[in-house]
Write a protein that binds this ligand. Structure first.
Ligand code: TXA
Ligand code: MG
Length: 339
């Protein structure tokens, strides 16, 4: 049964159609990475600007090598340690890679996902699949097949259901295309996990620090422009629910809620604290104060609350000092409401 579904999905992809499939991070919206037509269809469905690059998902390290040139030794070390897994590696692109994949840049992003359905699909398909997260441009990534169905309905040929995603936020992206290795998008593979394998790794915070030390004011440095590499995940309003979201420090949390209630604002809550009596159960979600579990739950929680017609979603800020939360902090700050 499973094999027949995978074969069907692979044949849709070969026809240039879109198939959503589960990965360990979030659900992807897959298209043939060697077909302009398929990629155009993908950008259209997502409502994503065509200059933004997409990740090529492959089945093996050998397959990855076909997409890149001048591959540094760090690539092989990281691939051996973390692939299949929630790590995307940016390399210099091979000539044959379509501009539609790279957004016209001279680099390509590659990843082997760690999900049996994704791997089976890649094997049956036999080539590379571009697969951005299966959400409309700027919205929350899906962590359940139902999220994809809710958002795309008839725009995809098929949604493969692999249950809830185990990691829950998008892969860490590291740039190995030149210069010092640098994290472009933090995720659950932390800077420490990367530097334990390849030595020093720069983080987005380092880039901001450089920009600041170059006499730029922090408030004038949109994350987007600190690097010359375009990462749509680095746009300010990304990964966002429709309801305005506020991230509030733990120590200020109750005071903030009280204030909102006094002002008659309909507040929806994601917190580490148990539900307060004056809140309905459906408007308060308590998550574990443990990064792996929190990451797994956060997008689903925000999607649920987003349906409740509140005035705002308030998220209690996770601990600051622990690098294991950096991917989560990154997504929360992008989801946060800005005037
Ligand atoms: O976990 C993930 O990475 C998920 C699953 C489905 O694999 N995919 C994902 O794709 O998050 P997407 O398209 O939503 O985000 C891909 C990110 C974007 O921020 C994009 O700018 C960046 O990867 N990217 C793609 N190619 C790049 C390149 N050549 N250089 C720098 N960034 C690149
Ligand atoms: Mg995305």
């Amino acid at each position: 049964m499973r094999d027949a579904l995978i074969e069907k999905a692979a044949s849709f992809l070969k026809e240039g159609l879109l198939v959503s499939f589960p990965t360990e991070t979030v659900y992807g919206l897959g298209a043939d990475a060697s077909s302009e037509t398929a990629i155009r269809r993908l950008y259209q469905a997502k409502g994503r600007p065509s200059t933004h690059p997409v990740i090529v998902h492959v089945h093996s390290v050998d397959a990855a090598r076909n997409w890149a040139v001048d591959i540094p030794p760090e690539f092989f070390k990281l691939a051996e340690t973390y692939w299949p897994g929630p790590l995307t590696i940016v390399l210099k692109r091979a000539n044959s890679v379509l501009n539609a994949v790279t957004g016209g840049q001279d680099t390509v992003a590659l990843r082997i996902p760690k999900h049996p359905i994704a791997l089976a699909l890649l094997e049956a398909f036999g080539g590379g699949l571009v697969a951005p997260s299966a959400n409309k441009f700027g919205r929350l990534s899906p962590t359940l097949a139902q999220h994809v169905i809710d958002e795309f309905k008839d725009e995809v040929a098929m949604v493969l259901d692999g249950g809830p995603c185990n990691v829950g936020i998008e892969s860490t992206i590291i740039n190995l295309s030149g210069g010092r290795p640098r994290i472009l998008r933090p995720g659950m593979i932390s800077v420490d996990m990367l530097s334990s394998v390849i030595g020093e790794v720069e983080t987005p915070a380092d880039s901001v620090a450089h920009a600041v030390s170059a006499k730029t004011t922090l408030s004038h440095v949109p994350t987007d422009t600190v690097s010359d590499i375009r990462v749509p995940g680095a746009l300010a309003s990304h990964y966002a629910p429709e309801t305005p979201l506020h991230v509030v420090p733990s120590h200020d949390f109750y005071r903030f809620l009280d204030q909102c209630v006094k002002n008659n604002r309909r507040v929806l809550v994601v917190s580490f604290k148990p539900q307060q009596n004056d809140f309905e159960p459906s408007s308060w979600i308590t998550l574990a104060q443990e990064p792996e579990e929190f990451a797994r739950q956060i997008y689903g929680a925000l999607r649920l609350l987003d349906k409740r017609n509140g005035d705002l979603i308030v998220v209690e800020s996770p601990p600051d000092e622990d690098a294991r939360w950096s991917g989560i902090h990154d997504r929360l700050s992008r989801a946060a409401f800005r005037e």
